[in-house]
Design a binder for this molecule. Structure first.
Ligand code: PEP
Ligand code: CO
Length: 449
């Protein structure tokens, strides 16, 4: 059926969503430079993530995958990374404490740069210019020159990913994520809100539990389970030349790993079974994901499972549904049944963002908090009906106090969108909305168990 795999075998297949690089030799030069760089992650880490995801697949853990729609070359700073990590840690602790299972934390970070587009070009005035495809490809400024794909950006994306990952490792292992600092993960603008107060209460309960453990003679300070966390990285494996350049053979097992991130996924627009993206991901041993939109039928999904996870390794494959709040419950049930009947041990995660995007009257792309909660509710209900585990959520968020998604406890309205609309691509939940969402998700899952 499938011929032997190599890091470059995707080149034999039709590859959607690839930039029209103007200069082939400049592209080759950039890819050569990246191929000569050290890997960003190690095979052993990707294997550990896979075993954690296997616990999710078995219904014993929950996946929180979160971060920017698209990382930015301009909005890149230690503060920005720290704030995003803070929110992810807050959400994870809410879910862990309220649901009572470990939360596997995966950032859309340190490599989430490339964006698929619905149109090749965009009309500006009376000219068509290439669409913006993420900072790894071109500049968002609306001019033909800025939009020309520039392969030097691939190299810059590699270096920014390395810096981001370095800081992420420092924060997660160097004390910032210590559970005794659970109060310090919350930001001022979150603390003052109802969901912030709810978080403070939960943090105080955790403090008391830690004090209780210490009183019982348990060393909480020196216990790595309490003082360090693992936050893994992930992105859409879209620009395949970049991914190929970071694909390396693991010296321990002789298998190939895409060392650009721990986990890679294929997007809704590039998931054809005989396409280049599925071809590339089937050969790397990282845990992989695939977005599943409303058009994906059970037959397609079973074939996808067979191609991406023929050995049926638990934790290898995460199916990330993004069907829209109105379609999810009825749309998902037959898929859950088919995959369970076929015996494929997948992680099911809910992306409640991409099926609920619309344009506000002022033209801003947005999403409503209520639709996001509603899609997760439908996702959980479908799992309850089929007896499967609603394994996780996949969300776009930032630690900043932006105004990109409507609703939430602050009831952000159309008029608020203009205040701080900063995303490079899709609208993200702000820190308050994210903390609020974590409480809502925890309630939905608790009802389920
Ligand atoms: C994304 O995750 O930002 C994205 C483009 O999603 P999808 O492929 O599901 O449309
Ligand atoms: Co997006």
């Amino acid at each position: 059926m499938h011929s032997p795999w190599e890091p470059s075998s995707w080149r034999e297949r039709p590859a959607g969503q690839q930039p029209q690089w103007p200069d082939a030799s400049a592209l080759e030069q950039s890819l050569k430079q990246i191929a000569a760089q050290p890997p960003l992650v190690f095979a052993g880490e990707a294997r550990t993530l896979q075993s954690e995801l296997a616990r999710v697949a078995a219904g014993n853990a929950f996946l929180l995958q979160a971060g920017d729609c698209a990382e930015s070359f301009e909005d890149f700073s230690a503060d920005n990374i720290r704030e995003k990590l803070r929110v992810i840690l807050q959400m994870a602790i809410i879910l862990t404490y309220s649901v009572g299972v470990p939360v596997v934390k995966v950032g859309r970070m340190a490599g989430q740069f490339a964006k698929p587009r619905s149109a090749e070009t965009e009309r500006v005035g009376d000219v068509d210019i290439p669409s913006f495809r993420g900072h790894i490809v071109n500049d968002p400024t609306a001019s033909a020159a800025a939009r020309l794909p520039n392969p030097e950006r691939l190299v810059q994306a590699y270096h920014q990913s390395a810096s981001t990952l370095n800081l992420l490792r420092a924060f997660t292992k160097g004390g910032f994520a210590d559970l005794s600092r659970v109060h310090a993960w919350t930001q001022e603008f979150v603390t003052s809100s109802p969901e912030g107060r709810r978080y403070e209460q939960l943090a105080s309960e955790i403090d008391r539990a830690l004090a209780f453990m210490r009183a019982c003679g348990i060393e909480t300070e020196s216990n790595a389970n309490l003082s360090e966390v693992d936050v893994y990285t992930s992105h859409e494996a879209l620009i395949l030349g970049y991914e190929e350049a970071l694909t390396r053979k693991d010296s321990l097992t002789g298998t190939w790993f895409d060392c650009s991130a721990h986990m890679l996924w294929v997007g809704e627009r590039t998931r054809e079974l005989d396409g280049a993206h599925v071809e590339f991901l089937r050969g790397v041993a990282n845990p992989v994901g695939c977005k599943v939109g409303p058009d994906a039928g059970a037959d397609y999904l079973l074939e996808l499972c067979d191609v991406l996870n023929p050995s049926r390794i638990p934790g290898r494959l995460t199916l990330i549904t993004r069907m829209g709040a109105d379609n999810i419950e009825d749309g998902l049930r037959p898929l859950l049944r088919a995959v369970a009947d076929a015996g494929h041990p997948v992680v099911w995660a809910c992306d409640p963002m991409h099926g609920n995007t619309f344009s506000a009257p002022n033209g801003r792309k947005t999403r409503h908090f209520d639709d996001i909660v509603s899609e997760i509710r439908g996702f959980v209900r479908a799992h309850r009906a089929e007896g499967t585990w609603p394994g996780g959520i996949h969300v776009e968020l930032t630690g900043e106090n932006v105004t990109e998604c409507l609703g939430g406890a602050d009831a952000l309205s159309d008029a608020d969108l203009d205040h701080r609309y900063e995303t490079v691509c899709d609208p993200r939940l702000n820190a308050r909305q994210s903390v609020d969402l974590a409480f809502r998700v925890a309630e939905l899952i608790r009802e389920f168990t």
